[in-house]
Design a protein around this ligand. Sequence first.
Ligand SMILES: [Zn+2]
Length: 419
Amino acid sequence: MEINMGYLKTVSGNPTQNSAYSEANRNGLIRKAGKKLIKKIARSNLFFWGQVFLLFLAGFGMVAGLALWKLVHGRPLDGLHKKALLNIHLFLEQYPMGLYGLLCKSFELAFLADIVKNDIEKPKKSVIEVAIGEGSFSRRIFRRKKSVVGLDITPDSLFHTTRMAHVRQSIVSDCLELPIKPGTFDFLVANNLLHHISNKRKVLAQFSRIAEFVLYNENTPAWTSHQTMPFFLRSVGFKEKAAAKVKELNQRYLQDLWPLSKCNREFDRHFVALKRESFLNQKTYAAAFLFSAIYGGTAPVEPEVKAILLSSPFKAFTLWLTKHLAELLISYDYCMTRRDDVFVSYYGKSKKFKKAKTSNYLRCPECRKGNLRKSLQCVACGVSYQKMDSMIFLLEKKNNDVAVNYSIRRGEIKVAEHL
Ligand SMILES: [Zn+2]
């Protein structure tokens, strides 16, 4: 079973649960501990103040510990870690005390920024971004106007990209069967997608036919095993409970995770490596994830907690603490072995790419052969596709619920932030 199909459930379901993450966010460490009394408290302000207090307490403790560690073991930074350090300020207000999200984005951007600037935007190469989401990270990477064709299966998220200057076209589509002709793009970018996919080989083979160069990233199994709860259960000796928790988390977050060596082998099968860098050792990740466990989510900080953290009189202190934690965690991570890293980013040249003679890149998702007319009708099988809110819906009939449900709830859409 393709784990990625879970996304279809979330996009065609109840509009208030339009993300796999929103359910997860309500099941944080503290809330889960709650029985009746605690559930009552969980609905009160006291609960949020408790979370804020715990975040600050853990933050302070960690800053003190890491500062001491740095005094003894610290080394001057270089390479990806040095670049990531310079990106922290960009994400501070997006992830106040959300160290996991903040560090990930800082590293991902550090990996991509030079490539995008020198290899994509200066020579004006064509770009397709698969699983672009609501485009908030994409907007940070790409600067050139109308340069990116963005695809996502979640129209509620994708809608936001239609208002972004760098996006040329927004297409609602299944990212496992792209409605794109081979040989039609210079670059394909897929941020934070592959770890949701079981049939990685098929998807990477597809990428390698569509674009000459690819940029994507992967998570390793430590992404779940080093989250706070399984990490804690294992360290106190409950190995089976920890393993069960890992399984549950992988299902909840729709993850199919491979060890770093296996991820590397699959990349090498389809691409010639131009750049490959891993980051966040599992120890650093476990430390950063502690804050996610306290506010009860993964990367995006719970909105209620975020509102308190960024309101006066806390804002200045929150940002100071988050910044110092992030800097210290990057210094700590720099001294760790790269063998146990949780994240890896790839830049490769396709081994299969053949440039197409046409500039028309869309193809019919139903018959997977036909060109589409301007009216969005397939010249081969005659199936017609629709456009809503500046998005083209190129879905196979079996995924038609995505379009139908979107059209029903247009206007009442709230977007959940993905990593
Ligand atoms: Zn067709």
